[in-house]
Design a protein. Sequence first.
Length: 138
Amino acid sequence: MARKIRYTRVFAQTEEVVQGIEKLQFSHYLAPNPAWTPAINAYRYDHRFEICVDLAGVHREAIDLKVLPQKISIQGFRAIPRPEIEDPSVSCCQTLALEIENGPFAREIHLPQAVDPEGVTATKVEGYLWVSLPIKAT
């Protein structure tokens, strides 16, 4: 009986340690300030990289894109999406869920090869920011 209690304590302590590690695991990858990180898809072609960034609801003017030879940085701000109400006398009486990330965002993407910053193009299509980065000729 004493052995079973001892194992239970060991398992409980181990679970506490694991939960603590899970909370710290990727904390150094988060952007400074309370920012959210947009999801990306990244592709490599023969002569370019294509990066797709999920930025639904973010206006083009709210996006700051910086390109360095082997890294791109994307920052900006997304406001809380709210329904448009035609009657100004009607107000929301309860918020049921707020799951869509909002506020400042930041993302750095490291590239395996240098790119030509002068040839970079970016377009916003259906909520996605597409960034085309030509690989620098060697």
